[in-house]
Ligand binder design. Structure first.
Ligand SMILES: [Zn+2]
Length: 353
């Protein structure tokens, strides 16, 4: 997958309280002037939020009903017909990704106003879109030229999204250990800045004093971690800095449909604890972090079945998820995987006694 380069990073990045209504002012302050702005939102909460903007600045609006190919075509045709010169995307991943994709296809600028944070795709040139068969595809999208995040809006979203956001960044730890493993074994190139950004994103959260998902300074740190993770992936030209064996196992669980439908960030974080154990890198502060943010310590709690047969199936499938991505899983057998999980479970049970 081709990621865009650093030159495409956002030029406006603003996280603040009650910032939503001041978007027009922010554009002005950054000396950006556009003549024909379109606000794209989803149909419910994000639409309600965007109404004020549309009225206040007299901008055009478009409501997306879905993130599939036909909606992308409709939005594309509308922008071309009305000759918009900027899109402001208001909403969750579906809206932001659809806009990223349309802007990529017709070479248009856009600004993201996320109303939800749940994974590290906030700043990435990847758009996850539904194809004709209803399956999601990761396609190239354009990087937003600005990201404006209103802490008051994010703070009010259901806690599972905040937990998932906090979790996806924890997985940077096991991912970067896998990266080093591959460097040692195969000489895989490690971009030092990308490595540091990814690692520090996770460490700054793990060592944060008040790990309360509703505490604005902690939320701000999570958002900063997502941004740094995004920049790390952009710099290294792949998802490697933030996606190791924990992501492979998570993708395998999704593929085999053996999970209980928990959010991606929660799933990878929980698996990450076991992977860190496998890597001999599990520290007490990582367990504390999971406890304070509500991430299950055993990822089997997120499965429909905890039988060894299912675990082996997941282990096998994980190796097929991304051929060529060398991780700790390439160094162990099926039996070792199960034995290690049993040992990990015992350690966790001992710790939480
Ligand atoms: Zn992830």
């Amino acid at each position: 997958m081709i990621f865009s380069q650093l030159t495409h990073l956002p030029i406006i990045f603003q996280v603040d309280e009650d910032i939503f209504a001041r978007v027009g002012h922010l554009l002005e302050r950054n000396k950006l002037s556009f003549n024909n702005i379109l606000v794209v939102s989803g149909g419910t909460i994000s639409y309600d939020l965007s109404i004020d903007l549309i009225r206040k600045y007299k901008w055009d609006s478009f409501v997306l009903s879905n993130n599939d190919f036909s909606e992308i075509e409709k939005l594309k045709a509308y922008c071309l017909h009305k000759k918009h010169d900027l899109i402001i995307a208001v909403g969750g991943g579906k809206v932001l990704d659809s806009v990223k994709r349309v802007c990529y296809l017709i070479n248009l600028n856009h600004i993201s106003l996320p109303t939800i944070i749940s994974n590290d795709g906030l700043i990435s040139p990847i758009a996850v879109i539904k194809n004709e068969r209803g399956k999601t595809e990761s396609l190239p999208g354009s990087m937003p030229m600005g990201v404006i995040i209103d802490l008051d809006i994010i703070q009010k979203t259901p806690i599972k999204y905040l937990r998932a956001a906090a979790g996806d960044i924890l997985s940077n730890l096991s991912a970067t250990h896998d990266w080093i493993l591959s460097y040692n074994k195969n000489g895989e190139y490690v971009n030092d800045l990308a490595f540091q950004l990814s690692r520090s994103a996770a460490n700054s959260l793990v060592h944060f004093n008040e790990k309360d998902l509703h505490y604005k300074p902690f939320l701000r740190q999570i958002i900063q971690g997502q941004v740094n993770s995004g920049i790390a992936m952009s710099l290294s030209g792949s998802s490697r800095p933030c996606s190791g064996s924990e992501h492979l196992i998570s993708h395998a669980i999704d593929y085999l449909e053996v999970g209980n439908g928990s959010l991606h960030g929660i799933q990878v974080a929980s698996i990450s604890l076991f992977i860190l154990f496998l890597q001999d890198k599990l520290l007490p502060e990582y367990i504390d972090y999971a406890k304070s943010t509500g991430i299950p310590l055993l990822f089997t709690e997120l499965l429909n079945s905890t039988e060894n047969r299912v675990l082996i199936e997941i282990f096998r499938k994980s190796k097929e998820m991304r051929p060529g991505r060398y991780t700790i899983l390439d160094t162990i057998t099926e039996v070792e995987f199960i034995d290690n999980f049993t040992a990990f479970k015992n350690e966790i049970n001992y710790l939480v006694r």
